[in-house]
Design a protein around this ligand. Structure first.
Ligand SMILES: Cc1cc2nc3c(=O)[nH]c(=O)nc-3n(C[C@H](O)[C@H](O)[C@H](O)COP(=O)(O)OP(=O)(O)OC[C@H]3O[C@@H](n4cnc5c(N)ncnc54)[C@H](O)[C@@H]3O)c2cc1C
Length: 458
């Protein structure tokens, strides 16, 4: 029997499994996706979309209005993310403390856990010499309008963008082991030290007993059951919620599935007379840093995407679509991400199928409109000839559904990250978020997972 089975290998599962294994516990890390590495990640946009994302590239909400991206591969969504690493601020944590009643939700109380996580990865602060033209246009527009911006902090060691390497490729997995994914910082290290890892095992449900937990899943199309003293669900918001529903826990946990947030993201494209080549070099280096924007509930990042993704985001067809896509090299791009209200989202599972409902509340729409208007102003100030808006919004930060809190009627896990009433089941991944922080979540997911693993080892 294992001491711990960790289900899911993203920032949460990677952190917890390595910590517990390092301390001498008998750990098994299971992951639904394949075990790919820098030499085996697919090399084209179409191939990686199909092979390392749930839903074959993209999933949708129940009304097919919102698109979601999450990875299904060893290392989880940290394999495909941009690895921008930010701590949560007072605005985010005060709201969490109010909603959850959990007393360690403060900047000071969380600082030691952030520090311990930051020490495990190489963090790089971008400098101006690394900006591509997309970033230069963003900062020029902001400067003209008096908006504050900042260089981003990214987990990376050796991207060699100044020597001609294009980071856009690593949205399908980093071929240099430079991006500080949980594969690089935790899993491959623990693997070398003998941690047991099982890829391509999709957990269906867990059964809780007084002194153990059974984990039921499918491996090689065969049903298989594993036995462990304790289990940690680290499947991300969709994955962990689905396992909790499949396990029949909704009756005892009325808050399960409630409060789904996603930082709805809207991308706008400024088309310029001169080539911008947003796909070149370090493609995401700067973001807004204006206290007014934080107060208004949106943030801006300069960003871009590979051609299939950009083509899918446009609201045009035929010759007009062709005209805009022929300007791919002339496009700059800014996205706004909204700090959305948890009241607008819910996750359920019906007949084994994950169903996500998401609507923008009036406040979310106000925040979206303020973000979009600001982007249009920045593009115009930077000299764009045309601004193209995408009608779609999507979710890359999937959060909530198993929120943390002291009240079992309003939350799913207690302040020890233990599921209320189920003493051998723990969760500290993105599903425990009580609301949207409005800040990149991965570093905080790791910090909470650090806290959980230290608690388990006590
Ligand atoms: C394109 C993109 C860019 C992003 N950029 C950033 C960024 O720059 N900074 C940032 O902070 N965040 C970013 N994010 C978001 C961030 O990556 C996620 O919030 C984070 O990875 C979530 O961590 P997690 O451990 O909760 O879940 P995940 O990383 O999603 O890991 C969950 C893992 O569990 C597995 N799993 C799920 N269900 C099961 C099951 N039933 N059985 C077995 N395994 C299962 C999944 O396959 C997956 O591997 C980005 C996301 C995307 C899509």
């Amino acid at each position: 029997m294992y001491d711990f089975i960790i289900i899911g290998s993203g920032p949460s599962g990677g952190t917890i499994s390595k910590n517990l294994h390092d301390a001498g516990a008998k750990v098994l890390l299971v992951e639904a996706g394949k075990f790919l590495r820098k030499d085996t990640f697919p090399k084209t946009e179409a191939d990686y979309s199909a092979q390392i994302f749930w839903g074959g590239g993209i999933e949708f909400d129940a009304e097919a209005k919102t698109a979601y991206l999450r990875a299904r591969v060893m290392g989880g969504t940290s394999i495909v993310n941009q690895c921008l690493q930010d701590r949560f601020d007072d605005v985010a944590l005060n709201d969490w403390k109010d909603r959850s009643g959990v007393d360690f939700m403060t900047v000071d109380a969380m600082a030691p856990y952030y520090e311990r996580i930051e020490k495990k990865m190489t963090l790089h602060h971008f400098e101006r010499k690394e900006f591509n033209r997309n970033a230069e246009l963003f900062t020029a527009g902001c400067d003209k309008l008096g908006y504050k911006w900042k260089e981003l902090r990214r987990g990376q060691t050796d991207c060699k963008t100044l020597e001609g390497n294009d980071c856009l490729l690593c949205l399908g997995g980093c071929h240099r082991d430079s991006k500080q994914s949980s594969l690089v910082t935790s899993i491959q290290v623990a693997e070398k030290n003998g941690m047991e890892i099982m890829a391509e095992f999709e957990v269906d449900k867990v059964e809780h007993f007084n002194d153990h937990v059974l984990v039921h899943g499918i491996k090689n199309k065969q049903k298989q059951t594993l036995k462990t003293k304790k289990v940690v669900l680290a499947g991300g918001s969709f994955g962990s919620n689905k396992i909790m529903f499949n396990s029949g826990f909704k009756d005892k946990l009325p808050a399960l599935g409630k409060g789904f947030c996603q930082h709805p993201q809207f991308m706008l494209f400024g088309i310029f007379d001169e080539p911008v080549n947003s796909h070149k070099g370090a493609f995401q280096t700067v973001a807004s840093h204006d206290p007014n924007f934080r107060q208004k509930g949106f943030k801006l990042e300069n960003v871009f995407g590979p051609p299939i993704s950009i083509a899918m985001l446009l609201n045009s067809s035929g010759k007009e679509h062709q005209r805009i896509m022929s300007k791919y090299s002339y496009m700059a791009c800014i996205e706004t991400a909204v700090r959305d209200q948890p009241e607008g989202g819910e996750i359920t599972v019906k007949k084994g199928k994950l169903i996500v409902t998401k609507h923008l509340t009036d406040q979310d729409k106000k925040r979206r409109d303020a973000g979009i208007e600001t982007i249009i102003n920045i593009f115009n100030a930077a000299g764009a000839k045309e601004v193209v808006n995408s009608p779609y919004f999507f979710g890359l930060h999937l959060m909530g559904g198993c929120s943390i809190g002291t009240d079992p009627a309003k939350s799913v896990v207690n302040p020890d990250f233990q599921v209320h009433g189920l003493k051998n089941i723990y969760i500290s991944d993105s599903s425990i978020f009580p609301s949207a922080p409005g800040i990149n979540p991965a570093l905080s997911i790791m910090a909470f997972s650090q806290k959980l693993s230290e608690g388990l080892l006590k």
